[in-house]
Ligand binder design. Sequence first.
Ligand SMILES: Nc1nc2c(c(=O)[nH]1)N[C@H]1C(S)=C(S)[C@@H](COP(=O)(O)OP(=O)(O)OC[C@H]3O[C@@H](n4cnc5c(=O)[nH]c(N)nc54)[C@H](O)[C@@H]3O)O[C@H]1N2
Ligand SMILES: Nc1nc2c(c(=O)[nH]1)N[C@H]1C(S)=C(S)[C@@H](COP(=O)(O)OP(=O)(O)OC[C@H]3O[C@@H](n4cnc5c(=O)[nH]c(N)nc54)[C@H](O)[C@@H]3O)O[C@H]1N2
Ligand code: SF4
Ligand SMILES: [Mo]
Length: 716
Amino acid sequence: MSEKKKTFCRNCSALCSLEVTVQEGRMTGATPDGTASPYGAYMCAKGLASIDFHNGAEERLMSSLKRQGPGDYRPVAAAQALDEIAGRLSALIEQYGPRSVALYHGTGAYRSVLGAQLEKSFLSAIGTPNLFSTMTIDQSAKWVTAGRMGVMASGKPALRDVDVAVIVGNNPVVSHQTYPFGPGESGAPGRAFAAARARGTRIIVVDPRRSETARYADLCLQPLPGQDAVLFAAIAHILLRDKTFDRAFCDRFTTQMDALRAAVAPFTPALAARRADVPIAQIELAAQWIGEARRPFVGSGTGPSMSAHSNLNDHMIEVVNALAGGYRRAGDRVWNPGTLNPRRVVETAVAPTRSWERGVMCRTAEIGHLFGEFPTALLPQEILVPGPDKIRALIVFGGNPLMGLGDPDRAIPAFQDLDLLVSLDARMNETARLAHYVIATSQPYERHDISTAGDSLYPQAFAQYAAPVVAKPQGVMDDWEFFWGVASRMSLPLTLKYWNYGQVFDAIPEGLPLGIDEPPDPEEMIRFLCRKSTVPFETLRANPSGVRPDLPPQYVLAAPEDNGARLELCPHDVAKELEGVLQERQDERFGYHLTCRRILEALNSAYRESSAVRRRYPVNWAYFNPDDMAREGIGEGDTVRLQSEAGTVVGVAKSDSGLRTGVISMTHMFGDLGPSTDPPGQGGSFTGRLTSLQDCLEPINFMPRFSGIPVNVQRC
Ligand SMILES: Nc1nc2c(c(=O)[nH]1)N[C@H]1C(S)=C(S)[C@@H](COP(=O)(O)OP(=O)(O)OC[C@H]3O[C@@H](n4cnc5c(=O)[nH]c(N)nc54)[C@H](O)[C@@H]3O)O[C@H]1N2
Ligand SMILES: Nc1nc2c(c(=O)[nH]1)N[C@H]1C(S)=C(S)[C@@H](COP(=O)(O)OP(=O)(O)OC[C@H]3O[C@@H](n4cnc5c(=O)[nH]c(N)nc54)[C@H](O)[C@@H]3O)O[C@H]1N2
Ligand code: SF4
Ligand SMILES: [Mo]
């Protein structure tokens, strides 16, 4: 007998609504469910792969493991693992204090809602400031910009209202990563771009590679990587030169216009064209369209934030958005005011905080919290450098930091130095292979979740509750059960709160206190997270396809009075960095730049072993422009050696005529941590070997160079 059950995918922030077929307690298929979804029916290859993974593909872990010796893991009963972990954490805290404990929040943790909420309570109960996440090895440049420039509380316009969309180093058609960073819709992104074009929206893509998203572009600039600061300084230069910036917006909401004018004066279109190697006419045309726009949205993905001048690139991209007034304005329709956590949207600036300049600091660098986190690139030295506060225990929640960080020669010894390394995962990934305990966790269709991650991102108000579709295997636990289980053994009571980015956990007033004797009921916890919801929990539970509430139209409100806050367009450190860029010389030692790119079928290091990936990507191809291949004498499928300042990898060449010359493009987190010698045998090439956790770290967020890495190429 088979039944159909509604749920949603939790791989990425699109949170696609699905209908899953269940036969005798086992899932046999999934189809997109367009009943209520704000994107209509939509699903990608990873939605299907997740069903196989639940069913045991890719050697899914069915029991927690304890390390006996190098590479020797034996199953351990869940309760025993929790007892031992709690005992070791208590002993470390007793001897060395709470700072000896740290947590790394990986990509798999973001949509494990109850786990992620209890994680915050767990850290607060222990009293450690050591929270690290993928955000600081991803797009923390956006946090730095918010901290240096400030933000508009009204946010950015929805794609349906935008008349010029500028998409910089972001490929949402593959990555589904869009709002609030870049214009677009995370579910069915191609459909949303096609509809935008049909409405007359002009789309500008800025990417060294003619990406899948560039199929929808009216104009595609293909700069050399790492030149976004120069390019967008030049666009700002043109907007100021031609007086096509939004003067009314800038007068009202920004400051430091004179400093900006002076700082971008040397960044002429000719200079940017030379540095970025794009035609002047394209820079002028992009600036013209942005200047003409009634409702622009200039935003970026990982490309600029992973390249040289990460924070400056991001700042200058945001400067152009601010000059163009690319924010929701008073009177604009708010299509999605939030459902679980409804918000009033007010047109007002929020002053920069520069949170990293004060408060609790890293041990090994003069840098404080960025949105409540320390820079992940500093994790190895925070573990290794001797001192009373050194990190001795690390909990990895839904992550694979050894692959994510790169520079294995530096990262591996640090992880090996830990007294306690715990990995919460359903995969035995590269980091788990060094852990003392691997906690086998349940997978999304086996647990309770709610669409908090989409609440402000959906293109219209929508919420969905997912109850388990199938029972979890006997030996696995939910992520939240780990945090509650360890805390209760340490006699630390936890509190469930509806925490959101930018909030300080301890400062959130309301919470659901959880006892230490009886485990909480997950449905009760979800009900608590819905307590402010426009749609009551009971209604969500009764409508498993999700609910689009029928709300009266809402609009951005004008601020009742001027709070005095302004967007700081050109603070002193930004002006100094711009000056530095101006002086910079090209590094003549290297002939190419290696860039990042994502593929539809894998999610960072997850799903690498899915059948779809192994069929299409036996290795992560090293893509080249065909002219570069001809010049280097490299043929299709040839083995090539890529050498950066930090290391070497061997890759398999493939031509991509959409890629500009001088640039190589590879997907990250393939292969293994060892020296790269045999890509087919190693499942690809680990590009992290080309990055350094010591050299070329950016100021403030310590972002390593993950894109635009200078390399030389040699045919093997
Ligand atoms: N299918 C799939 N989806 C994913 C992921 C995945 O692995 N697979 N990962 C998820 C994660 S963790 C994240 S953070 C998001 C990321 O989402 P995106 O930011 O959209 O990631 P990418 O697809 O790598 O796109 C980055 C683009 O930047 C370009 N680029 C590289 N360097 C530069 C530069 O210096 N300047 C400019 N202008 N462009 C540059 C690259 O050519 C590439 O097209 O995707 C998420 N979604
Ligand atoms: N060279 C280079 N390096 C990069 C990047 C790049 O583009 N180039 N990208 C960077 C970026 S943007 C990121 S985000 C990081 C990614 O770094 P990580 O997030 O550390 O790596 P992932 O491979 O995404 O690890 C996610 C893990 O979560 C597990 N998981 C999935 N769902 C769940 C769940 O519900 N519960 C639990 N407990 N586990 C779950 C998966 O099995 C997987 O092992 O890497 C960064 N590193
Ligand atoms: S786009 Fe794919 S991976 Fe992301 S939620 Fe939808 S089905 Fe899942
Ligand atoms: Mo990411």
